[in-house]
Design a binder for this molecule. Structure first.
Ligand SMILES: C[S@@+](CC[C@H](N)C(=O)[O-])C[C@H]1O[C@@H](n2cnc3c(N)ncnc32)[C@H](O)[C@@H]1O
Length: 222
């Protein structure tokens, strides 16, 4: 892969350490546990995480697949991946690997399950990404998506404001900035969710974090 990527110069390349602090905060951790639970993993499974970032989900994925399973994280931002690699090395997980690559053309083979948290909103064609990921897991495999968007609850207005600021700070490229980055993110999420719901069975959906975070999952039919 070429060294230059669309994420060069973005928040994810410049502030991976700061991102990791937020990504591993106690409230956020509980969303990650729920997202991993939604995959119905078993010991020995192979699970891929697209846009794994600093590897904040890896401990929970690793716990579910055990020492016999495999966890593969994919991300485009070198700075984020370095944090994920350091986390893996510190813990001594030999069955975890992190790979630099584009989640829309995944550099991985088949898996039992696939996770993407706070990622689909960044992908221009989120429908196609979900369809590609469903092919990675194949029949019987499970896909779970977690994403943030504005909460409809009146009490969550301050949280909505924080989210708007974060998305504006983190959104890559000027193309996205022409419209509201948060609206673009929500539209991409809507399309990803729709693709997951139309192509899978055994759906589950939850709203977490005062309605700010959505978790959807489904299984590819046998
Ligand atoms: C908001 S962060 C989420 C990171 C992690 N999933 C988490 O839950 O903390 C979005 C991540 O997606 C990655 N990303 C964005 N577009 C990508 C792409 N096309 N391929 C791979 N990774 C991508 C970014 O580098 C960043 O690490």
């Amino acid at each position: 892969m070429a060294d230059r990527t669309p994420l060069d110069g973005t928040f994810y390349e410049r502030a991976a350490g700061l991102y990791d602090l937020v990504a591993t905060a106690p409230g956020v951790r509980s969303w990650r546990v729920r997202a991993v639970d939604a995959l119905d993993l078993s010991p020995g499974d192979t699970v891929v995480e697209m846009g794994c970032g600093t590897g904040a989900n890896i401990p929970y994925l690793r716990e579910q697949v055990g020492t016999e399973g495999r966890v593969i994280g994919v991300d485009l931002a070198g700075a984020m991946l370095r944090q994920a690699q350091a986390r893996t090395e510190r813990a001594g997980w030999e069955n975890v690997s992190v790979v630099r690559g584009d989640a829309t053309t995944p550099p991985v083979g088949t898996a039992d399950a696939l996770l993407a948290t706070f990622v689909v909103g960044m992908l221009e064609d989120s429908t196609e990404a979900v369809e590609t990921w469903l092919q990675c897991v194949g029949a019987g495999g499970r896909l779970a998506l977690l994403n943030a968007g504005r909460s409809p609850r009146p009490a969550a207005m301050p949280l909505n404001l924080c989210l708007r600021l974060f998305v504006r700070l983190a959104a890559p490229g000027n193309r996205l900035r022409r419209r509201s980055p948060l609206r673009a993110l929500e539209e991409r999420w809507r399309r990803a969710r729709e693709a997951l719901f139309s192509e899978t069975v055994d759906h589950r959906e939850q709203r977490l974090g005062a309605g700010l975070v959505s978790l959807v999952s489904g299984r590819v039919p046998e």
